[in-house]
Design a protein around this ligand. Sequence first.
Ligand SMILES: *Cc1c(COP(=O)(O)O)cnc(C)c1O
Length: 412
Amino acid sequence: MPATRRNFFSWTRNALAASGLLGTAPATAQAAAASGADYYGKLGVTKIINAAGTYTALTASIMPPQVQAAVAEAARHPVRLAELQQKAGEHIARRLKCEAALVSAGAASALTLGTAACMTVGNKQAVSLLPLETSSLKNEVIIQKGHRYGYDHAIKNCGIRFVEVDTLDQYEKAFSGRTVMCHFFNAAEQGQISREKWIEVAHRHGVPCFNDAAADVPPISNLWNYTQMGFDLVTFSGGKGLRGPQNAGLLLGRKDLIEAATWSNSPHDETVGRGMKVAKEQIIGMVAAIDWYLEQTDEGMQAEFRRRAERVAAALKGIPGVQHEIFVPPLANAVPHLLIRYDHTRIPPLEVAERMRKGTPSVELNPATGHKSGSAGLPNAEDAIIVGVWMLQPGEDAIVGQRLREVLKAAV
Ligand SMILES: *Cc1c(COP(=O)(O)O)cnc(C)c1O
């Protein structure tokens, strides 16, 4: 074992002992041994400390133990997929106070299935016309110009075309006989038409409204706020703040639309959704994640994330020029993040990120580090470091603080 690794392990042991976490280690090790081989180790895949956040490229989130256990249990038995999909949907709809729900293969998949639903509702045989033969169907989706984003490709996958608007007046005039849906990006930083107005105008024209709130829990109540506000369809990512399986998501909303979405979903062939399979393990994982999430409180989560940010900051005490603040983005990823300012002329933030990545253990800082703009709601961090603390595992905040201290001290 190289010295740095050994140091890390003894250091980790001390840190865990200090935080009282070591007492649970034997049980955890036993559980790990019972649950199978370490294939990351076998394959030589680097395990990382996620001080970034719920980024898909970093495998986003870790399922809480009770969700992992539910997934493992589900893996032991075959079931009838249609029955599982239906009963899982009913449970989720009940818990999230909406008419109906479907577990999708992520929020992007829900965007495709929800759009397909709007295009085919009441016209089941039309599902096979998507995406290329849509000329006989309504196929225009209205969207605010400032709400265009990378994920709207998932809507385009249905063969629609976007009609872009800026002002309320343009919105009113954008409806045609071909308008099939009005799309809203919940965390958009631009766009002048409010959610309420967006819904009101669409409904006056008899057109359903979709809200993409994929990254917008916490607060927990957002899980029902937007359907209750009147959006006909709402999606959340299952593998972000909800900490369900990475390849799961939620499509919530109107019963007739959710039913139409299932027509385009796996296992049905000749549909846009056949490749968006959600296995029984992920469906159960999604349900279990919701049950877990509804046991949490907003106050409890915010306080925990704040404590972690403060622990990381405390490790940097005494390094000349280091200042920190804790900030909470307004809508997406609305949890405490740590922003660190320091003498970046000695070592630029991107270099800090690279050294953290190359160190042992390998730490990923928030990708907004060293960049003008990150994900929605993150501040300009061109000269700063951002630590996303909410996906850290117990004890990792201390490790991130220690590693950051080493990297920054080496540069002063
Ligand atoms: C992450 C995200 C998605 C995609 O979610 P997946 O669950 O990874 O498919 C879609 N829309 C927004 C706004 C997101 O943040």
